[in-house]
Design a protein. Structure first.
Ligand code: NAD
Ligand code: IPM
Ligand code: MN
Length: 369
């Protein structure tokens, strides 16, 4: 294998504004390292498509994505047009489940030059990975309403923690931690209050820890864990959490490191049975859409994560150029954040496109040997 096919799904709102910058940088990297990427642009999985057709995706969406190696995804959601649970369960959450992307890997890093809302923090103080369970847990549509419309109304929402689902995310996180310098894993829990699923999660974590004696494991309840993201961010190396807790930690972490506009994510099927999906952590940001001021770094960094994951595909003859392309994009992001154009979320007045162009220019011109 020498090339990959990418489904490009801009989605809604600023997804449509940051996607062109992500592609601009991917193209610059592809040219520089002679990588072949084929793009398939998808105009569904958006609330506009829903308005026209009454569903988020066409019935043959699987067939349409059949030849794709990865999905490059902007953001979905436009609550003024479509209720969020309808648009997200009809698109993003469907991809995560149907493609069994059970890992949501979300790096958090404080960069040189980025104003940090926490006092006295410098780059290096915040540098960790959130590993979020991505296919089950608190995210379900199981449950229902009883006695609807009466004073006795009751709503039940179920959670699902399977042994396979729990073990595979824990194993991935332990492996990841074992391969890092600090070999430290924080396991998020809430077994004091959530009395069925979380004690089970703790039990499985304890069992998994036995196989990784070299990893220091630190179990923390989610409430104090969020406090420590703010008060002691240096404590963290790899953090593993259930679907909902991981969702919350992956907005809080980037906010502690300046802005959610930088935060990337990789929705992975590590076994590569299905395409993986790469997207910013943030959403469609209706409040700033149309102004051209969204920070494109999260989208661009997500593209770099995609190249890195593709480059590790055993079917590839030589993954090195793909990994080098990832590293170069990261380097270009670091330089632009340190003293390049900045969007308003970082206190600047640059446009989305200015930042995308600056990063792409560096990817084309930086010295690499
Ligand atoms: P959001 O992430 O869209 O926005 C939250 C705040 O952060 C807003 O003030 C926004 O302006 C700001 N922001 C977000 N991304 C930014 C960027 N790149 N640059 C600068 N500022 C940025 O979250 P929300 O307002 O809760 O959700 C809006 C819609 O997006 C909803 O429909 C929601 O369901 C959806 N959503 C989708 C995804 C996704 O597709 N992965 C993720 C989160 C939210
Ligand atoms: C994210 C988003 C999604 C999630 C929403 C849009 C369903 O917030 O990717 O973090 O909760 O997983
Ligand atoms: Mn989220």
């Amino acid at each position: 294998k020498t090339s990959f096919r990418i489904a490009v799904i801009p989605g809604d709102g600023i997804g449509k504004e940051v996607m062109p910058e992500g592609l601009r940088v991917l193209e610059a990297a592809a040219e520089r390292f002679s990588l072949t990427l084929e793009y398939q642009t998808i105009d569904w999985a958006s609330c506009d498509y829903y308005e026209q057709t009454g569903s988020m995706m066409p019935a043959d969406w699987r067939e349409q994505l059949a030849g794709c190696d990865a999905l490059y995804f902007g953001a979905v959601g436009w609550p003024a047009k479509v209720p969020d649970h309808v648009s997200l369960w009809g698109s993003l959450l469907k991809f995560r489940r149907e493609f069994d992307q059970y890992i949501n890997l979300r790096p958090v890093r404080l960069f040189e030059g980025v104003p940090c809302p926490l006092a006295n923090r410098k780059p290096g103080d915040i540098d960790f990975l959130v590993v979020r369970e991505n296919t089950e847990g608190e995210y379900t549509s199981l449950g229902g309403r009883m006695f609807e419309g009466t004073e006795r109304e009751v709503v039940i929402q179920e959670s699902v923690f399977s042994r396979i689902g729990t073990d595979r995310v824990l194993r991935y996180a332990f492996e990841l931690a074992a391969g890092r310098a600090r070999k430290h894993l924080t396991v998020a829990t809430k077994s004091n209050g959530i009395a069925v699923s979380m004690p089970y999660w703790d039990e499985r974590a304890e069992e998994m820890a036995r196989h990784y004696p070299g990893v220091a494991t630190d179990r923390q309840h989610i409430d104090i864990l969020t406090a420590r993201f703010v008060l002691q961010p240096t404590r963290f190396d790899v953090v593993v959490a259930s679907n909902l807790f991981g969702d919350i930690l992956s907005d809080l972490g980037p906010a502690c490191a300046g802005t959610i506009g930088l935060a990337p994510s990789a929705n992975l099927d590590p076994e590569r049975r299905f395409p993986s999906l790469f997207e910013p952590v943030h959403g469609s940001a209706p409040d700033i859409y149309g102004k051209g001021i969204a920070n494109p770094v999260a989208m661009i960094w997500s593209g770099a994560l995609m190249l890195d994951f593709l480059g590790r595909d055993p079917a590839l003859a030589d993954g090195t150029p793909w990994l080098r392309a990832h590293d170069l994009i990261l380097r270009a992001i670091e330089i632009v954040l340190a003293d390049g154009p900045r969007t308003p979320d970082l206190g600047g007045d640059a446009k989305t496109e200015d930042v995308g162009r600056a990063i792409a220019r560096l990817v084309r011109t930086l010295d690499i040997d």
